[in-house]
Design a protein around this ligand. Structure first.
Ligand code: MN
Length: 712
């Protein structure tokens, strides 16, 4: 049915909606008519004829009144100055969200799509539409545009037809909406291949004459046999569609007449039970072709399609394809997910659309259980409707497919390893966002890079793709070596100053002699060993200084005792071979001491740290440290806050800390007694002064009794 005016639509609506629902749809129509006032379609008709026709398509599927309202309003946000909020005020949030969802899909139309992109786009469209009705309205919109494509110039028509075949017809297929899919295909086929379509049309016309007679003969024979057996059935001859004929000719390399020589019927019955009985009758009427029987009732297709399929040998050896299904299965086969509303919508208030989509899946599940067989297909339906992937855009509009929970770091590495390695920050939909934020379908992600940036080991906490993780690991391994060389150099240099020397002053042959004697190929190898804590810098310095050589400062027989030298300055930029002890969390401003730990390099402790006292026995591994005046970075610090037991205290504290611009890394609570609770906080601070400031602000919060820094 093609709806051309609101009265026509109303008489269709009255067959399945109540008066109030019909009134709502009418209000939306008049709103759209006002909003599009003065706008015309290319055909010259008033613009409102388009949303009206879209609503009509959905009414044919017996879609609910909210979908029809959204159909009426679907171009209002896009084409007129009216905001989503205005629609929300007039028609409620659900309808406004539907309209907004359709507008967003409409905005994402592309010039050309490669095959892979197209597939991603289909999945993305499904993933994005939190309310599956968004897709149904969009499909109806596209269907009407396809029906009226003729008036567009042919380049644009071809683009739209291509997009319809690439994206919208597979979506319709996924959702089991066969009628829509076939119409998309036939309309698209005619636009893209007008010559071939015409030839098939002509052949169909020519074949129809004598064919009709034969088809009717077989049809009435089947009908009569089944009625004799007491089955109330409807037997219909199936029309072949030009596009499916074309596809078969192409994929099976068959001629037109080979394809047309198959007679196809559909038998609609009242119950599942009858399906199998009818099958029995048919098989005794004509001989079945072995291997052609398929039971899609017991094992439905992934999109929920159910039917029995069989092929018989008719008179003169003509093959006859037969499909047997119930009325409900027939509706499902034609309208797929939309048929759900036909069976479930009446008299029910609007609930979450997700719940409805789930209900649809649930409905399939029940059918499946009735049929009593494998449940695998349910999984595939779920995956189609609620994918485990996210689809996001690069700023240039390319679509990337990532696993669920992927973050901007994964995105950056998916673009290119170099982008990942030099990534510093990201914008998600133009908003600056943390790199750790999980991405969602439809977002546009932009990665900000810096030539001096490098991967952070913390990324491994939230990078999920194998590509990102292995690239980060690889980089860290190489980088660790460079860092080790630098740290080893400064440790050895410092130790040498204790002997009034340094690496610059040390004569080359003296150094080389030492390296050769200790089987080091080059200086770097020695430096790495020092940085890793495997060789102690003071001992190496001592040995180096006692090597034979001109610049040697030989004194007595006794081994030289180094002077204390200057503490090594820590800038916070040393990299992986300098780490900060988790036991005492040193921050700039604290007095610090280093411990040269095996394989881990220098671990910085606060000088009162208890763990450090336990390491007394290895005093040769202690290294005097100080903070550089220009220390950089942020360091974890832990606070313990004693608060009164009141609801919402954690939120108050977290909000206060966020408002100072400090990131909370960890938060936990310990119950103290009936009156007080301890809140433990770990956050990143720049220095003692910074931390003192934060503590002062926290103490000012009402119901906070005590704030202390955790020592060990
Ligand atoms: Mn439209």
């Amino acid at each position: 049915m093609q709806t051309t005016d609101i009265d026509g639509l109303n008489s269709a609506l009255r067959t399945y909606l109540n008066q109030e629902q019909t009134n709502h749809v009418n209000r939306a129509y008049f709103f759209a008519e006002q909003a599009h006032y003065g706008q015309r379609r290319r055909s010259g008709e008033p613009y409102v004829t388009h949303p009206l026709a879209v609503a009509g398509i959905l009414a044919d599927m017996h879609m609910d009144h909210q979908s029809l309202m959204a159909a009426m309003l679907h171009d209002v946000i896009e084409d007129t100055g009216i905001a989503k909020s205005a629609i929300g005020e007039q028609f409620g949030a659900t309808v406004a969200n539907l309209v907004d969802g359709v507008s967003k899909l409409t905005q994402m139309e592309f010039e050309s799509l490669e095959e892979k992109q197209a597939e991603n786009f289909q999945k993305m469209a499904l993933a994005m539409a939190r309310d599956i009705r968004v897709i149904l309205v969009k499909l109806a919109d596209r269907l009407h545009n396809m029906r009226t494509l003729g008036v567009l110039n042919s380049n644009k028509a071809r683009r739209i037809a291509r997009e319809t075949l690439d994206i919208y017809s597979p979506i319709a297929m996924r959702l089991g909406m066969n009628n829509v899919r076939m119409e998309f295909e036939d309309l698209g086929f005619r636009v893209l291949y007008p010559m071939r379509a015409n030839r098939i049309d002509a052949a169909l016309h020519e074949a129809s004459g004598h064919r009709k007679e034969l088809v009717e003969k077989v049809r009435s024979q089947i009908q009569a046999t089944l009625e004799q057996e007491g089955h109330e059935v409807m037997v219909v001859g199936r029309e072949k569609h030009p596009y499916s004929i074309y596809k078969k000719m192409k994929s099976k390399r068959k001629s037109f007449s080979e394809i047309m020589d198959i007679y196809a019927f559909r038998i609609i019955v009242d119950s599942v039970d009858t399906c199998y009985r009818v099958l029995g009758c048919i098989h005794s009427l004509y001989k079945p072709v072995p291997g052609e029987f398929k039971d899609y009732i017991a094992i439905p297709k992934a999109n929920g399609y159910q039917s029995l399929h069989t092929v018989l040998m008719g008179m003169h050896g003509v093959p006859i394809e037969v499909q047997i299904r119930t009325r409900e299965m027939e509706d499902m086969a034609n309208n797929g997910i939309a048929a759900h509303w036909l069976y479930k919508s009446n008299g029910q208030s609007d609930r979450g659309s997700h719940a409805r989509a789930r209900e649809w899946v649930q409905g399939l599940l029940e059918m499946q259980q009735r049929a009593g067989n494998s449940l695998e297909f349910i999984e595939s339906v779920k995956i189609d409707l609620f994918p485990d992937e996210v689809y996001v855009f690069t700023p240039k509009g390319k679509i990337l497919e990532l696993p669920r929970r992927a973050t901007a770091v994964d995105f950056a590495y998916a673009v290119h390893t170099d982008v990942g390695n030099s990534c510093v920050a990201c914008r998600i939909n133009r908003r600056v966002a943390p790199l750790s934020e999980p991405l969602q379908s439809g977002q546009t992600v932009e990665i900000l890079t810096s030539p001096v940036a490098r991967p952070n080991p913390a990324w491994l906490d939230y990078a999920v793709t194998a590509k990102a993780r292995s690239a980060i690991h690889h980089f860290l391994k190489n980088q660790t070596k460079e860092d080790s060389v630098a740290l080893g150099r400064s440790l050895l240099d410092k130790a040498l100053t204790g002997f009034d020397s340094n690496l610059e002053l040390l004569p080359e042959e003296q150094l080389n002699h030492f390296l050769a004697q200790h089987t080091y190929e080059k200086l770097e190898d020695l430096l790495v060993e020092i940085a890793r804590g495997n060789r102690l810098p003071t001992f190496i310095a001592q040995q180096l200084m006692s090597e034979p050589g001109e610049a040697r400062l030989q004194s007595d027989d006794t081994a030289e005792q180094p002077n204390d030298g200057q503490p090594v300055a820590i800038r916070g930029t040393e990299g992986f071979m300098v780490s900060y002890a988790r036991c005492c969390h040193p921050i700039p401003g604290d007095s610090i001491v280093g411990y040269l730990s095996l394989e881990k390099g220098v671990v910085v402790h606060r000088d009162q740290c208890n763990n450090l006292k336990d390491m007394r026995d290895h005093s040769e591994r202690r290294i005097a440290l100080r903070w550089d005046e220009e220390v950089e970075g942020e360091y974890p610090a832990e606070l313990r806050i004693e608060v009164e037991n009141r609801r919402g205290m954690i939120a108050v504290i977290a909000t206060r800390i966020n408002s100072i611009g400090v990131n909370i890394e960890k938060i936990s609570t310990d119950h103290k007694d009936y009156q007080f609770t301890y809140v433990n906080l770990e956050m990143l601070v720049q220095s003692r002064v910074h931390l003192a400031n934060i503590m002062k602000r926290l103490r000012a919060i009402h119901h906070v009794r005590k704030v202390t820094r955790v020592k060990n």
